[in-house]
Design a protein around this ligand. Structure first.
Ligand SMILES: [Zn+2]
Length: 202
């Protein structure tokens, strides 16, 4: 039997599946459509087994639950509900994520959690890897984390959260960007606008 290829960026936390059921929410349609935009525009480039990016939205104002893309999904594919995970709780101290889904949540779930917890005004978080934005972060006036940190760690989550402060966009040094929004369309439009500005400066 052929051995499955290892994931390139497996989650570094433990996942507890409270329910083995794919999330169901009408906003998944908009999230899927932004996943497509991220793939086509190069905001979240593919790497073979997956895409360099993860997108989420908060389930209810005032709560910390959120729905996020699963680990190692390819944003270029036609996504179904099974490609998402509803995080009930992500604990940076114990390094565990629990919730409902059929696949493990994105390896950057701890970062999304840290931002939702701190920023009650934010209801969508999009993370991508875009060389043009990273290269022009300083010229575009984008705040950047001071040092490169390993992906998927609580340390990276804290560092990004601090770099964002009260803003909506930050670059994770030598890694990618994170873009926040009051809703999905707000976050998506901001990311696309930033890419446009980065290309103008090239
Ligand atoms: Zn990343």
């Amino acid at each position: 039997m052929k051995k499955p290829k290892p994931e390139r960026h497996p989650p570094k936390f433990k996942t507890t599946f409270l329910k083995r059921r794919a999330p169901d929410d009408p906003r998944l349609e908009a999230l899927k459509s932004w996943c497509g935009v991220f793939h086509r525009s190069g905001l979240a480039p593919s790497y073979g087994l997956g895409s360099h990016g993860n997108l989420s939205f908060r389930v209810k104002p005032g709560g910390n639950r959120f729905i996020i893309t699963a680990s190692a999904i390819r944003l270029k594919n036609r996504l179904t509900r099974r490609c998402f995970f509803e995080v009930n709780r992500a604990d940076l101290r114990t390094n565990t994520v629990s919730g409902a889904g059929v696949r493990r949540p994105s390896s950057e779930s701890l970062m999304h959690e840290a931002i939702y917890r701190k920023r009650r005004d934010i209801h969508a978080i999009f993370h991508g890897h875009c060389p043009q934005i990273l290269a022009r972060a300083a010229r575009l006036g984008i705040p950047e984390t001071p040092e490169e940190l390993p992906y998927g760690t609580a340390a990276l989550a804290e560092s990004v959260s601090a770099a964002l402060a009260g803003g909506f966009f930050a670059v994770m040094k030598n890694h990618g960007f994170v873009c926040l929004g009051k809703d999905l369309d707000d976050a998506g439009a901001r990311a696309v606008e930033m890419l446009g500005k980065a290309l103008e400066k090239s």
